[in-house]
Ligand binder design. Structure first.
Ligand code: FES
Ligand code: FE
Length: 371
């Protein structure tokens, strides 16, 4: 007779995974430049010619809207001698992007349409020397881009992650995320490796220690077992709690499609590699991470509400303040870990307790991706 014992102690990744620029370069190439990346809120590109530039892995990407209203994305690199085409973070062009170096000009579809003395180069293929396209999808009111030549399945990797957590991808439709409006956006510049942020989001072992306001609203979080890894499990609001607000007072108007089952509950979804979604009855909080260096990650966080709520000018402060505090508490914890990653005592990493064991699967996934 054989007995199997599972160890209650699983090691974390060694410290160098959080400090080594060579490993970070591999992650940029094999993760962020290879997978679907949530880049821009669709409403940040209100009309043809609106644009934003974002860093995806090691590349700068220009995301814009074409004449027909669809989103487009290109490598932000001029095809002449390689100047960065757009240096602004956001803006609007009338009908074309012009390189500030020698004035090569590209239309909103990326085609080379003008350049000084171009008539003397009749054989130059204007499509071939147009901007290099990046794959694009619009979903949940965001523009997702993929820099791979052959993108992986969006249905499997992105929508599948939502289905895995909620039980079915359609259940997120109840929140009508695409048609909500950005009520507040806060950008956090976090001095920590992106994986520390993912790991933190995946567990609730820390909730009782660092999130006093959140555990008041979601009492089960005080036990340390995160809703993040139970399929279809939304953490229930405390009995006395009226809404998902910093003091548990009433929230805003409930999103009409939210079901009875989803009411008074909080759902958290991680879409690898850089998106976290939080669903509550009256709003949606969506985080996009932009890993800029091995020890620096910018996180753009949107609080999304019904358009009527935003238009009415209702006070969103108590609603926003709850997760803003959670973000600050989480990011402070990540920044507290980052310097210690290069300590000799963390050379072999630390340990995961049972309620964090699913983080071990994330570590294996990272290791597989970077080879
Ligand atoms: Fe852009 Fe020359 S590098 S026009
Ligand atoms: Fe947290």
């Amino acid at each position: 007779m054989t007995t199997t014992t599972t160890s209650s102690v699983i090691p974390t990744l060694p410290g160098r995974y959080y400090t080594d620029p060579d490993l970070f370069a591999l992650e940029q190439k094999n993760i962020f430049e290879a997978m679907w990346f949530c880049a821009v809120r669709s409403s940040d590109l209100p009309k043809p010619g609106s644009f934003r530039t974002v860093q995806v892995g090691a590349e700068s990407v220009l995301v814009t809207r074409a004449r027909d209203g669809s989103a487009r994305a290109f490598f932000n690199v001029c095809r002449h001698r390689g100047a960065t085409l757009c240096t602004e973070e956001s803006g609007e062009v009338k009908r074309a992007f012009q390189c500030p170096y020698h004035a090569w000009t590209y239309d909103l579809d990326g085609k080379l349409v003008a350049a000084p003395n171009l008539t003397k180069m009749a054989d130059l293929d204007r499509v071939r020397y147009g901007l290099v396209k990046v794959h694009v999808r619009e979903w949940l009111g965001y523009v997702w881009v993929c820099l791979a030549d052959e993108p992986p399945s969006f249905e499997r990797d992105v929508q599948g992650a939502v289905a895995e957590r909620l039980g079915a991808v359609e259940l997120i439709d109840n929140y009508d995320v695409a048609n909500l409006e950005v009520g507040r956006r806060i950008v956090y510049d976090v001095k920590a490796n992106w994986k520390l942020i993912v790991e933190n989001f995946m567990e609730c072992y820390h909730c009782a220690t660092i999130h006093p306001e959140l555990t008041e609203v979601l009492p089960e979080f005080a036990d340390g077992y995160a809703a993040q890894y139970f399929v279809g499990h939304g953490a229930e609001f405390g009995a006395e709690v009226e809404g998902f607000t910093v003091d548990g007072s009433a929230g805003l108007d409930r999103i009409p499609g939210v079901s009875e089952e989803q009411d008074r509950r909080y759902y958290a979804i991680t879409i690898k590699p850089q998106v976290f979604i939080n669903l509550v009855p009256d709003h949606v909080i969506l985080h996009r991470m932009f890993p800029l260096a091995v020890d620096r990650t910018v996180v753009e966080c949107d609080w999304l509400y019904l358009p009527d709520v935003v238009a009415s000018g209702k006070d969103l402060d108590k609603s926003v303040e709850l997760f803003h505090r959670v973000n600050e508490q989480d990011f402070e914890a990540c920044e507290r870990c980052q310097p210690a990653m290069s300590s000799r005592t963390y050379r072999d990493g630390g340990v995961l307790v049972p309620s964090e064991h699913h983080i071990g699967a994330f570590h294996e996934w990272v290791q597989e991706r970077i080879g």
